[in-house]
Design a protein around this ligand. Structure first.
Ligand SMILES: C[S@@+](CC[C@H](N)C(=O)[O-])C[C@H]1O[C@@H](n2cnc3c(N)ncnc32)[C@H](O)[C@@H]1O
Length: 216
Protein backbone atom coordinates (compact mmCIF):
# COMPACT_ATOMS: atom_id res chain seq x y z
CA UNK A 1 0.00 0.00 0.00
CA UNK A 2 2.80 2.40 1.02
CA UNK A 3 4.68 1.44 -2.14
CA UNK A 4 1.56 2.28 -4.22
CA UNK A 5 1.21 5.72 -2.57
CA UNK A 6 4.90 6.46 -3.25
CA UNK A 7 4.49 5.40 -6.87
CA UNK A 8 1.47 7.73 -7.19
CA UNK A 9 3.41 10.68 -5.69
CA UNK A 10 6.32 10.03 -8.07
CA UNK A 11 3.90 9.91 -11.02
CA UNK A 12 2.25 13.22 -9.99
CA UNK A 13 5.70 14.85 -9.56
CA UNK A 14 6.71 13.60 -12.99
CA UNK A 15 3.55 15.00 -14.61
CA UNK A 16 4.13 18.33 -12.81
CA UNK A 17 7.72 18.46 -14.09
CA UNK A 18 6.63 17.70 -17.66
CA UNK A 19 3.99 20.48 -17.54
CA UNK A 20 6.53 22.92 -16.02
CA UNK A 21 9.16 22.09 -18.62
CA UNK A 22 6.70 22.81 -21.46
CA UNK A 23 5.65 26.10 -19.84
CA UNK A 24 9.16 27.37 -18.99
CA UNK A 25 10.17 28.48 -22.50
CA UNK A 26 6.98 30.58 -22.64
CA UNK A 27 7.60 32.14 -19.24
CA UNK A 28 11.22 33.10 -19.88
CA UNK A 29 11.26 33.42 -23.67
CA UNK A 30 11.27 37.26 -24.06
CA UNK A 31 14.42 38.18 -22.20
CA UNK A 32 17.01 35.70 -23.49
CA UNK A 33 15.87 36.37 -27.08
CA UNK A 34 16.25 40.13 -26.65
CA UNK A 35 19.61 39.61 -24.99
CA UNK A 36 21.09 37.40 -27.69
CA UNK A 37 19.64 39.62 -30.44
CA UNK A 38 21.17 42.80 -29.02
CA UNK A 39 24.43 41.09 -28.11
CA UNK A 40 24.74 40.03 -31.74
CA UNK A 41 24.09 43.59 -33.00
CA UNK A 42 26.71 45.01 -30.65
CA UNK A 43 29.32 42.31 -31.27
CA UNK A 44 31.07 44.35 -33.98
CA UNK A 45 34.33 46.24 -34.28
CA UNK A 46 32.92 49.78 -34.06
CA UNK A 47 29.87 51.30 -32.35
CA UNK A 48 26.45 50.54 -33.84
CA UNK A 49 25.07 53.96 -32.81
CA UNK A 50 28.39 55.82 -32.86
CA UNK A 51 30.13 57.47 -29.95
CA UNK A 52 28.55 60.92 -30.11
CA UNK A 53 25.65 61.69 -27.75
CA UNK A 54 22.32 62.63 -29.33
CA UNK A 55 22.24 66.38 -30.15
CA UNK A 56 19.20 66.94 -27.88
CA UNK A 57 21.29 65.83 -24.87
CA UNK A 58 24.42 67.74 -25.86
CA UNK A 59 22.52 70.94 -26.70
CA UNK A 60 20.73 70.96 -23.35
CA UNK A 61 23.43 69.59 -21.07
CA UNK A 62 23.61 72.79 -19.03
CA UNK A 63 19.92 72.55 -18.10
CA UNK A 64 20.28 69.14 -16.45
CA UNK A 65 20.87 68.60 -12.71
CA UNK A 66 24.46 67.34 -12.42
CA UNK A 67 24.33 64.56 -9.89
CA UNK A 68 23.07 60.98 -9.94
CA UNK A 69 21.97 59.94 -13.44
CA UNK A 70 20.31 56.78 -14.70
CA UNK A 71 20.60 55.76 -18.37
CA UNK A 72 17.85 53.27 -19.22
CA UNK A 73 18.69 50.86 -22.07
CA UNK A 74 22.15 52.43 -22.23
CA UNK A 75 23.38 50.24 -25.10
CA UNK A 76 26.99 51.06 -25.96
CA UNK A 77 26.80 54.20 -23.86
CA UNK A 78 26.93 57.09 -26.33
CA UNK A 79 24.78 59.22 -23.97
CA UNK A 80 25.67 57.79 -20.55
CA UNK A 81 29.42 57.97 -21.13
CA UNK A 82 29.02 61.55 -22.33
CA UNK A 83 27.16 62.38 -19.10
CA UNK A 84 30.03 60.85 -17.10
CA UNK A 85 32.56 63.03 -18.94
CA UNK A 86 30.42 66.02 -17.92
CA UNK A 87 30.64 65.15 -14.21
CA UNK A 88 27.43 63.11 -13.73
CA UNK A 89 27.51 60.00 -11.58
CA UNK A 90 26.09 57.48 -14.07
CA UNK A 91 24.40 54.10 -13.75
CA UNK A 92 23.52 52.39 -17.03
CA UNK A 93 21.01 49.55 -17.34
CA UNK A 94 20.63 47.32 -20.37
CA UNK A 95 19.85 43.73 -21.30
CA UNK A 96 23.03 43.41 -23.39
CA UNK A 97 26.27 42.64 -21.51
CA UNK A 98 28.22 43.16 -24.73
CA UNK A 99 26.77 46.65 -25.19
CA UNK A 100 27.47 47.58 -21.56
CA UNK A 101 31.05 46.25 -21.73
CA UNK A 102 31.68 48.48 -24.72
CA UNK A 103 30.25 51.42 -22.76
CA UNK A 104 32.55 50.69 -19.80
CA UNK A 105 35.61 50.39 -22.02
CA UNK A 106 34.75 53.65 -23.75
CA UNK A 107 34.39 55.34 -20.35
CA UNK A 108 37.81 53.99 -19.27
CA UNK A 109 39.29 55.20 -22.53
CA UNK A 110 37.99 58.70 -21.72
CA UNK A 111 39.36 58.50 -18.15
CA UNK A 112 35.94 58.49 -16.62
CA UNK A 113 33.79 55.89 -14.85
CA UNK A 114 30.26 54.54 -15.18
CA UNK A 115 28.45 51.83 -13.29
CA UNK A 116 26.48 49.30 -15.31
CA UNK A 117 23.97 46.55 -14.59
CA UNK A 118 22.62 43.87 -16.94
CA UNK A 119 18.86 43.78 -16.39
CA UNK A 120 15.67 43.02 -18.26
CA UNK A 121 13.71 46.27 -18.04
CA UNK A 122 10.50 44.39 -18.74
CA UNK A 123 10.89 42.74 -15.35
CA UNK A 124 12.74 45.21 -13.22
CA UNK A 125 11.88 47.65 -10.48
CA UNK A 126 13.69 51.00 -10.57
CA UNK A 127 14.77 52.39 -7.21
CA UNK A 128 12.34 55.03 -6.02
CA UNK A 129 13.28 58.63 -5.26
CA UNK A 130 16.92 58.03 -6.22
CA UNK A 131 17.98 59.94 -9.32
CA UNK A 132 18.43 63.58 -10.32
CA UNK A 133 18.34 62.69 -14.00
CA UNK A 134 16.84 59.73 -15.88
CA UNK A 135 17.47 59.41 -19.60
CA UNK A 136 15.97 56.93 -22.02
CA UNK A 137 16.68 57.14 -25.74
CA UNK A 138 15.34 54.90 -28.48
CA UNK A 139 13.98 52.30 -26.10
CA UNK A 140 10.20 52.33 -25.94
CA UNK A 141 8.60 50.59 -22.99
CA UNK A 142 5.43 52.37 -21.87
CA UNK A 143 5.43 50.34 -18.66
CA UNK A 144 8.50 52.30 -17.54
CA UNK A 145 7.03 55.82 -17.58
CA UNK A 146 5.36 55.53 -14.17
CA UNK A 147 8.52 54.02 -12.70
CA UNK A 148 10.68 56.79 -14.17
CA UNK A 149 8.52 59.38 -12.40
CA UNK A 150 8.84 57.52 -9.10
CA UNK A 151 12.59 56.98 -9.49
CA UNK A 152 13.27 60.72 -9.75
CA UNK A 153 13.95 62.88 -6.72
CA UNK A 154 11.81 66.02 -6.41
CA UNK A 155 13.26 68.59 -8.82
CA UNK A 156 14.91 65.81 -10.86
CA UNK A 157 14.60 65.70 -14.64
CA UNK A 158 13.77 63.14 -17.28
CA UNK A 159 15.08 63.21 -20.84
CA UNK A 160 13.41 60.96 -23.40
CA UNK A 161 13.82 60.72 -27.14
CA UNK A 162 12.50 58.11 -29.55
CA UNK A 163 10.78 57.69 -32.92
CA UNK A 164 7.22 58.92 -33.35
CA UNK A 165 4.44 57.81 -35.69
CA UNK A 166 5.64 60.20 -38.46
CA UNK A 167 8.61 57.84 -38.80
CA UNK A 168 6.25 55.46 -40.63
CA UNK A 169 6.54 57.77 -43.67
CA UNK A 170 10.16 56.66 -44.01
CA UNK A 171 10.40 53.21 -42.56
CA UNK A 172 8.44 50.18 -41.50
CA UNK A 173 8.37 50.01 -37.72
CA UNK A 174 6.08 48.30 -35.20
CA UNK A 175 3.44 50.90 -34.30
CA UNK A 176 3.45 50.02 -30.61
CA UNK A 177 7.05 51.22 -30.27
CA UNK A 178 6.29 54.65 -31.75
CA UNK A 179 5.28 57.74 -29.78
CA UNK A 180 1.86 59.12 -30.63
CA UNK A 181 1.26 62.82 -31.27
CA UNK A 182 2.02 64.80 -28.06
CA UNK A 183 2.21 61.57 -26.07
CA UNK A 184 5.27 62.64 -24.07
CA UNK A 185 3.57 65.93 -23.14
CA UNK A 186 0.54 64.02 -21.95
CA UNK A 187 2.57 61.47 -19.95
CA UNK A 188 4.58 64.16 -18.14
CA UNK A 189 1.75 66.68 -17.81
CA UNK A 190 2.23 67.08 -14.05
CA UNK A 191 5.94 67.82 -14.62
CA UNK A 192 7.37 71.17 -15.70
CA UNK A 193 8.17 70.95 -19.42
CA UNK A 194 11.70 72.32 -19.89
CA UNK A 195 12.17 71.42 -23.58
CA UNK A 196 10.05 69.58 -26.11
CA UNK A 197 10.52 69.00 -29.82
CA UNK A 198 9.20 66.97 -32.69
CA UNK A 199 11.76 66.44 -35.41
CA UNK A 200 11.23 65.39 -39.01
CA UNK A 201 14.00 65.86 -41.57
CA UNK A 202 12.43 63.84 -44.37
CA UNK A 203 14.39 60.72 -43.37
CA UNK A 204 13.51 60.16 -39.74
CA UNK A 205 11.02 61.52 -37.25
CA UNK A 206 11.22 61.53 -33.48
CA UNK A 207 10.08 63.39 -30.38
CA UNK A 208 12.19 64.54 -27.44
CA UNK A 209 11.38 65.91 -24.02
CA UNK A 210 13.09 67.23 -20.92
CA UNK A 211 10.68 67.55 -18.01
CA UNK A 212 11.16 68.30 -14.32
CA UNK A 213 9.48 66.54 -11.42
CA UNK A 214 7.78 69.04 -9.12
CA UNK A 215 9.50 69.91 -5.83
CA UNK A 216 7.58 68.63 -2.81
C1 LIG B 1 17.98 51.23 -30.13
S1 LIG B 1 18.99 50.71 -28.79
C2 LIG B 1 19.24 52.25 -27.95
C3 LIG B 1 20.47 52.26 -27.09
C4 LIG B 1 20.80 53.61 -26.44
N1 LIG B 1 19.74 54.08 -25.58
C5 LIG B 1 21.13 54.64 -27.49
O1 LIG B 1 20.31 55.53 -27.75
O2 LIG B 1 22.21 54.51 -28.06
C6 LIG B 1 17.84 49.86 -27.72
C7 LIG B 1 18.51 49.29 -26.47
O3 LIG B 1 17.51 48.67 -25.67
C8 LIG B 1 18.09 47.53 -25.05
N2 LIG B 1 17.01 46.61 -24.65
C9 LIG B 1 16.12 45.96 -25.45
N3 LIG B 1 15.27 45.22 -24.71
C10 LIG B 1 15.62 45.42 -23.40
C11 LIG B 1 15.12 44.95 -22.17
N4 LIG B 1 14.08 44.13 -22.11
N5 LIG B 1 15.72 45.35 -21.02
C12 LIG B 1 16.80 46.19 -21.07
N6 LIG B 1 17.30 46.68 -22.21
C13 LIG B 1 16.74 46.31 -23.37
C14 LIG B 1 18.99 46.96 -26.13
O4 LIG B 1 19.98 46.10 -25.62
C15 LIG B 1 19.55 48.22 -26.75
O5 LIG B 1 20.76 48.59 -26.14
Amino acid sequence: MLFQVNMLTTKINLIFLIILSTLMPVIVSGAPNDQSRWDKYYDIEGFLYGIEPIPFLKDNINLLPKNKALDLAMGEGRNGVYLATQGFDVLGLDISPIGLNKAKQRANHLNTKIETRVVDLENYQLEKNSYDLVICTYYMNRGLFGQIKDSLRPGGMVLIETFNTDFLKYSRFPQKYLLKRNELLEIFKEFKIIRYQTYDDGKEAFSSIIAQKPEL
